[in-house]
Design a protein around this ligand. Structure first.
Ligand code: NDP
Length: 246
């Protein structure tokens, strides 16, 4: 019998990560739900995964902290006996024009959005290589990392870094059957975009050929494809942005 696959999804308590966790569970995959502080919502996600008939565990850790990530991955592997898929989704933003950007806002965005991807991928890689059964890594980048965005120098730098990381690691581990891809969402309806000004939202919608913000499920379905199909796709960046960047 084929062993059940296990996915670790970072930042799975809310937004896009939550939708990814549920969509993977709907494909028969067991889920480790990472979050930083929102245990209540993470427990809700655990219930939803179990409702789909899959096993789930909570995996709290600050992805910006390498030691936390090491310990988290160890707990996941101890619990499930394996890990096959890593979705690096946890992310924050702290927007400001560069002239006003505090060093602290630069650092926290880089630490979470870029170092976090290194910390989790590095921690999972050992298990993937040891299992000798391939593996899938999917990094949630952003169109800001492709075309830049005024007011997001920190965020765009981190996401561009994630794209460079994705391409490099794809070249390193391809021979082991491990694929590494990035998904670059545009404007998606989550708490992260809720507090954008009405003006900015309207301006964005006018620039999007599909004429609306995306839904979390529309990002999740691309992640599911890369995690369960897409066996000959690696090192790619797939935009899910309603055509904003064409
Ligand atoms: P949300 O703000 O809705 O959710 C963020 C999630 O990340 C939460 O689960 C949060 O956990 C977790 N998180 C934040 N910091 C850490 C940390 N240091 N360690 C562990 N978990 C952490 O974000 P979205 O769902 O909107 O965004 C998800 C990803 O998609 C991010 O990488 C973001 O940059 C990217 N993205 C989003 C876009 C959008 O329009 N929404 C557009 C382009 C990219 P907790 O609940 O515990 O705080």
């Amino acid at each position: 019998m084929m062993e059940k696959k296990v996915a670790l999804v970072t930042g799975a308590s809310r937004g896009i990560g939550k939708a990814i966790a549920i969509a993977l569970a709907q494909r028969g995959i067991d889920i480790a739900i990472n979050y930083r502080s929102n245990e209540k919502e993470a427990r809700e996600v655990m219930k939803l995964v179990k409702k789909e008939g899959q096993a789930a565990m909570l995996a709290p850790a600050d992805v910006a902290d390498f030691q936390h990530c090491r310990e988290m991955v160890k707990q996941v592997v101890d619990y499930f006996g394996r890990v096959d898929i890593l979705v690096n989704n946890a992310g924050i933003r702290a927007d400001n024009l560069l002239a006003r950007m505090k060093e602290e806002d630069w650092e926290k965005v880089l630490h979470t959005n870029l170092n976090g991807v290194y910390n989790c991928t590095r921690s999972v890689m050992r298990s993937l290589l040891k299992q000798k059964n391939g593996g899938r890594i999917i990094n949630i980048a952003s169109i800001s990392g492709i075309y830049g965005n005024a007011g997001q120098a920190n965020y765009a730098a981190a996401k561009a870094g994630v794209i460079g990381f994705t391409k490099s690691v794809a070249k390193e581990v391809g021979a082991r059957g491990i694929t590494v891809n990035a998904v670059a969402p545009g404007f998606i309806q989550t708490e992260m975009t809720e507090d954008l000004s009405e003006n900015l939202k309207q301006e964005a919608v006018r620039a999007i050929p599909l004429g609306r913000f995306g839904k979390v499920e529309e990002v999740a379905e691309v992640v599911v494809f890369l995690a369960t199909k897409g066996s000959y796709i690696t090192g790619q960046v797939i935009s899910v942005d309603g055509g904003l960047v064409i």
